[in-house]
Design a protein around this ligand. Structure first.
Ligand code: FAD
Length: 323
């Protein structure tokens, strides 16, 4: 049976986040040929609609409101509930991002909908849509479906490929005005911890440092390698605890979960709590001077040696091929 599916998109620095395009692909699978409606919330979002059509939206609902300029739970929840009320979708897809994780359970509760969170794959079997999600920090997977009512899911960034871009695709834009009141949080200031470069949770390449980098200075060769590869820098908790870098870079069970195409672990031992946040990376390269380090058990390529020799050599060679 075809479904109308609402895909809640996200904007960062006036651009659509990659997870929005991935969510549109999931929306398509779930809709089974029905209508995929992207929802754009923000202050001035009209210029972003074209890209959503190119990535598969059949229609775009825009909600322009100054109260939606920055994310607050109350404003987004109220705006989304009003859009959902107008559109009456049978499916709702969000990114498993800080916004998606915050707002989706609230929506599910209000709508009495089933919610499957942190989805890494979706497949259709005999007319039923089955979602896969990891358990126990990625050691096991469960396959789930929602029996009845609205189907809601949040999808883990970087796991599901977006649809092929079709620049000829267009569609209708439906502007919706909403009535937002009682916002209980006031954003005084947004302080960026990682000011430049690629967003760690969406990066295709991550260069991560552990306690083996030995200090703030030790991160510099890693930053240079990440710059050459157009990747992001991450870290183990060991490095964060030692104050070599900010906690916003922490990857693992209690940090960010990343699934890049390439993960380069430098001076990281490979504790299970770290591996929980990066083991689904497509290719893992480990650089460690201890040949017995557990990180080599999950690495596709291992380099035994001193990271301070290997990382600059690698960077210089890559500069030659990538220029
Ligand atoms: P270490 O284990 O000290 O490893 C450093 C490595 O660097 C060693 O293997 C060493 O051989 C290598 N090395 C040293 N010098 C060099 C050199 N010059 N060149 C190459 N290699 C070198 N950890 C996380 O990362 N993320 C989490 O989210 C997380 N959550 C946790 C939650 C809980 C409840 C607990 C208890 C722990 C958690 N931890 C987490 C901590 C985790 O258990 C490890 O302590 C931590 O990951 C170790 O960091 P590390 O690999 O950088 O340091």
């Amino acid at each position: 049976m075809t479904k109308k599916v609402l895909v809640v998109t996200e904007i960062k620095d006036q651009e659509l986040r990659q997870v929005s395009f991935e969510a549109l692909a999931v929306g398509h699978e779930l809709s089974a040929g029905g209508e995929v409606v992207a929802v754009l919330l923000g202050e001035n979002v009209d210029n972003l609609t074209t890209q959503l059509f190119h990535y598969g939206a059949d229609r775009v609902v825009t909600v322009n409101d100054e109260k939606l300029k920055d994310y607050t739970t109350d404003a987004y929840q109220q705006a989304l509930l009003q859009v959902i009320d107008k559109e009456s979708p049978e499916g709702i897809i969000l990114g498993h991002t800080s916004i998606g994780k915050d707002v989706s359970p609230r929506l599910a509760m209000k709508l009495e909908a089933g919610l499957i969170s942190d989805v890494t794959a979706i497949e259709s079997e005999e007319g039923e849509v089955i979602f896969t999600r990891p358990l126990y920090s990625g050691k096991a997977f469960e396959k789930k479906k929602i029996k009845e009512g609205i189907v809601m899911a949040t999808i883990r960034p970087n796991n599901i490929a977006p649809l092929e871009v079709d620049e000829s695709k267009t569609g209708d834009v439906t502007p919706v005005s909403v009535d937002i009141k009682d916002i209980r949080t006031i954003i005084k200031e947004i302080v960026r911890k990682t000011s430049e470069g690629v967003d760690l949770s969406e990066a295709k390449i991550v260069v991560a440092g552990g306690r083996g980098v030995k200090g703030t200075e030790g991160f510099k060769p890693l930053q240079e390698l990440a710059r050459v590869l157009n990747g992001a820098v991450g870290a183990s908790r060991g490095a964060c605890d030692a104050e070599y870098c900010d906690y916003s870079l922490q990857i693992g069970q209690t940090g960010k979960v990343v699934t890049p195409d390439l993960y380069i672990a430098c001076g990281i031992s490979g504790a299970i709590q770290h591996v929980a946040g990066m083991s689904n990376s497509k290719v893992i390269v480990a650089i460690n001077k201890d040949p017995e380090a557990p990180i080599f058990d999950i690495a596709d390529y291992g380099i035994v040696g001193d990271l301070f020799e290997i990382v600059p050599l690698l960077t210089e060679e890559l500069k030659k091929v990538l220029k």
